[in-house]
Design a protein around this ligand. Structure first.
Ligand SMILES: [Zn+2]
Length: 142
């Protein structure tokens, strides 16, 4: 989570860019009932600036598991690869939903590494997604 003050206007611009959903797991603010946080794509600890181009929305879980990381290990190849960048990369290229809509499947090295590093299929979120699927609210459609 950001340590730098982020003006309300910039926060709103980033939220609009991100369609009010987590750039990683696509959990939406209105379904989760949780305020999403501003994620520094390049972490502040690594010199990332608090400018629109370096900001996106993330849920608290993805943001916490991401921490100051910029890379992670692809579990298939054991190669270190960059984490997914929701501002510059297409979610659909790197991820897809499992058939039942409760789990995110990484399609690329970046996708697989990001799913693993951010624990995007943790028990808590998978249980919530299961309820959202039953309610016809998930997976999100663009
Ligand atoms: Zn998330």
């Amino acid at each position: 989570m950001s340590k730098t003050y982020i003006p309300a206007r910039l926060r709103q611009e980033v939220a609009t860019d991100a369609q009010f959903r987590c750039g990683y797991c696509h959990t939406t603010q209105h379904i989760s009932g949780q305020l999403l946080v501003i994620d520094h794509l390049i972490p502040e600890a690594c010199g990332g600036l608090t400018v629109r181009e370096n900001l996106w929305l993330a849920c608290r879980l993805c943001n916490e598991f991401k921490g100051t990381r910029t890379e992670a290990i692809d579990p298939l190849t054991n190669d270190s690869v960059p984490l997914f960048n929701p501002r510059t990369q297409s979610w659909e290229v790197h991820f897809t939903w499992s058939e039942d809509g409760t789990e995110i499947i990484g399609l690329t090295a970046i996708g697989r590494a990001t799913v693993e590093a951010l624990k995007m299929n943790n028990d808590v979120i998978v249980a919530a997604r299961s309820l959202w699927v039953q309610a016809g609210l998930h997976p999100p459609v663009d």
